[in-house]
Design a protein around this ligand. Structure first.
Ligand code: MG
Ligand code: MG
Length: 258
């Protein structure tokens, strides 16, 4: 069941996703060699609660933290830990969710820890570009497959692996609503995009092969070949005249470039 949102509901989703963007910016300010992923989780939880929201991931299907933090070969759903100390050259994908005023925010960003290798920097850039290309297709009258194909084509042009097992989703009063939004697919296929749909587009792109492994902690997903992966996520409202992006990466990028 796909729920179309009113303008008022989209503004509540925007408020949530703005808070997610601000939280990711706050986390980004603290990312440096020596910090643990548990410390980053605490910073995010405090920040979210101080702004009158609740961390949407905490307790979701039993998830034990406020952020999913996935380092290097971890693709998504990494569990923050006091044992996970970031080091120079790592990349760290941070996925954040909020719940406030009856709606959910959900966005993700991959950060560099200090200087990263050129090929890793390219993986990050291309994954973000794939997100932008997919987002450009999120207009009423297109289909989910138009978004999916745009993401896949851009990533595969660079020889990267596009993860198949996980996908984007509708967003609203619940974190995961219909439709599913895969990162691979065919143009002109899949559910029709309509004015008022809100979807999360979230490329998970591997430097190497597309295959992933689900770790025994029940959550962490990593690349099978242990090459790095990147993950960026936008919440987007579908409009007649094009995408209305509810996430704001400029807040994050201002924070980390200062
Ligand atoms: Mg997310
Ligand atoms: Mg999501």
């Amino acid at each position: 069941m796909i729920y179309l949102k009113t303008d008022e509901e989209i503004e509540l989703l925007r408020e949530n996703n703005l808070l997610v963007s601000q939280t990711l910016a706050e986390v980004g300010r603290h990312i440096r060699p020596g910090v643990t992923t548990l410390e980053l989780d605490r910073i995010a939880e405090d920040f979210i609660r101080a702004h009158g929201a609740v961390p949407a991931f905490l307790g979701y299907q039993g998830f034990p933290a406020s952020l999913c933090i996935s380092v290097n070969e971890q693709v998504v759903h990494g569990i923050p830990s006091a044992d996970c100390v970031l080091k120079e050259g790592d990349i760290v994908s941070v996925d954040c969710g909020t719940f406030m005023k009856g709606f959910v925010g959900d966005s993700a960003y991959t950060f560099a820890v200090g200087e990263v290798a050129e090929e890793v920097r390219q993986l990050m850039e291309v994954t973000k570009e794939a997100l932008y290309k997919g987002t450009a297709q999120a207009k009423a009258g297109n289909r989910v497959g138009d978004v999916s194909a745009a993401v896949q084509e851009h990533a595969e042009r660079f020889g990267y692996g596009v993860v198949r097992e996980l996908e984007g989703h509708g967003l609203g009063r619940k974190m995961h609503e219909d439709p599913g939004v895969p990162n691979y697919g065919a143009r002109g296929r899949g559910p029709l995009l309509k004015e008022g749909m809100v979807i999360c587009i979230e490329p998970m792109i591997n430097m190497g092969a597309k295959a992933v492994v689900f770790e025994r902690d029940g959550w962490t997903v990593r690349t099978r070949d242990r090459k790095p992966a990147a993950h960026y996520e936008f919440a987007v409202a579908v409009r007649k005249d094009g995408p209305d992006v509810l996430t704001d990466f400029s807040i994050i990028e201002q924070a980390i470039n200062n």
